[in-house]
Design a protein around this ligand. Structure first.
Ligand code: SF4
Length: 438
């Protein structure tokens, strides 16, 4: 009898990649994947701990699994399992496996072992891990773009961030394994790969190979000219002339960079233990927009960090207002037990934090619309991802990350098609496909 497996995943692209590897592993072992809302023999929850809310959502998924089948084995992994394993044990009555981020390559085999004790604890000391978990992925079901995880962990210890405690030190996937994974994606027919990790800019620095993020990106662009290469995000400290040379030198490297700023105030950046100043950040953005005038530049910004007064909040707003950035991801500061900033005095009042988030999200809308208007009337190469259920229109991203919708036959899915960017309607970019309709 095939074992029924249900998987739920929270959080970042690295977690999404790792869950796709679990799915490949269970399929190779002839298990049956079922929706998380269905009865299953084994429930896998790949958790997140980046905010208090993510921790809460992780616990909610565990409770849902317990209710769905009190006999089922519950396998909890991911960042919340790594930093709050004991808390999880207190709430779970079912047979349980708690598997840390450093042991994710053991998850499938462990979960499918029949003779397991009631409780299996495989968290381990993540800070001692020297190698990245080998987690091959066959495919991303239902996705048009493949996430390629090349690195895990982080050595930066930003004072608000739990990730170095949940994912350990920076560890890179050896180049040969990277190319094995890319070969699989190319054979599966993926037309775009999103290069991801926890701190991808540090790729290769821990390997005995003469490799770093720039040389790896260049090799990927050269060896897979038909594949669109998109970088998920990179720290401002790793954006330099070498990266811009690769981006301007290869047409298949997408003109899109996502760069965490977090604060536009030097005093707050120092309290965050971020390793750059506002002046350095401004220079980075200016160099990108000079080298790649049509590039999309996205920024992460944190509102309400302890000690952020009105002046510091305004400095962040004015800085972003004046810079040629295309969109913002705005997050309210979330106090994470175990991080340095959690012990900081001057925690910002929730109402004030909300107001600052609201103001920055309004700015985000203005920036996005201004960026779209800049490209109105142009022809864009769009990778068609899906058909919008409500409008029936096809949708996908242009090279510079404009989410275009347009009329067209479903058979265009997973193909890169030229789309004329005609207009904006209710802030939504709309276009018309520029190929013969048979
Ligand atoms: S760079 Fe900073 S924010 Fe990003 S994962 Fe590392 S510690 Fe966290």
């Amino acid at each position: 009898m095939k074992k029924k497996i249900a998987i739920a995943t929270l959080g970042c692209k690295v977690n999404q990649f790792e869950s796709a590897s679990f799915i490949s592993g269970f399929e190779e072992n002839d298990s049956q994947l079922v929706p998380f809302s269905s009865p299953a023999d084994i429930y896998v929850i790949n958790t997140c701990a980046v905010t208090a809310r993510a921790g809460q959502q992780s616990r909610q998924l565990v409770r849902r699994a317990m209710r769905a089948n009190p006999e089922a084995r519950i396998v909890v992994t991911g960042c919340y399992a790594q930093v709050a394993g004991e808390e999880l044990l207190e709430m779970i009555d079912n047979p349980t496996c708690i598997i840390g981020n450093g042991n994710k390559h053991l998850l499938v085999e462990t979960a499918l072992t029949d003779t397991l004790p009631e409780l299996v604890m495989l968290t381990g000391k993540i800070s001692m891990k020297k190698e990245i978990c080998p987690l091959p992925v066959d495919r991303f079901s239902g996705r048009t773009r493949a996430y390629l995880r090349i690195q895990d962990g982080c050595n930066n210890f930003c004072s608000y961030c739990i990730v170095p405690y949940s994912r350990g030190r920076s560890r890179s996937l050896p180049t040969a394994a990277v190319f094995d994974q890319v070969e699989k994606f190319a054979r599966e027919g993926y037309r775009e790969m999103v290069i991801t990790g926890i701190n991808v800019g540090k790729y290769g620095l821990d390997l005995d190979e003469k490799q770093n993020i720039y040389s790896l990106l260049e090799s990927l662009c050269r060896r897979y000219p038909e594949m669109r290469i998109r970088l998920s995000s990179i720290e401002p400290t790793e954006v330099n002339g070498r990266l811009l040379d690769v981006m301007t030198g290869y047409g298949n490297f997408m003109p899109h960079l996502h760069i965490p700023l977090q604060s536009g105030d030097d005093r707050i950046l120092a309290r965050m233990n971020r390793h750059y100043t506002v002046e350095v950040f401004v220079d980075v953005i200016r160099r990108i927009s000079t080298a790649l005038p049509r590039a999309a530049i996205g920024c992460d910004v944190l509102a309400g960090f302890p000690g952020e007064d009105d002046q510091a909040a305004d400095n962040t707003f004015r800085l972003l207002e004046g810079l040629p950035v295309s969109y913002l991801h705005v997050f309210p500061y979330s106090r994470r037990p175990g991080t340095l900033a959690a012990s900081f005095k001057e925690q910002v009042d929730g109402k004030i934090k909300e107001q600052r988030v609201h103001r920055l999200r309004e700015l985000d809308t203005r920036k996005r619309q201004a960026f779209y208007r800049q490209h109105l009337g142009t022809s864009q190469q769009v990778l068609v991802e899906r058909q919008n259920k409500k409008s029936g229109l096809l949708q996908g991203f242009s090279e510079n990350y404009i989410p275009l919708q347009f009329k067209g036959p479903a058979r265009l899915r997973h193909r890169i098609v030229p789309v004329h960017f005609d207009r904006l309607e209710d802030e939504q970019p709309l276009g018309s496909v520029e190929i013969e309709q048979e």
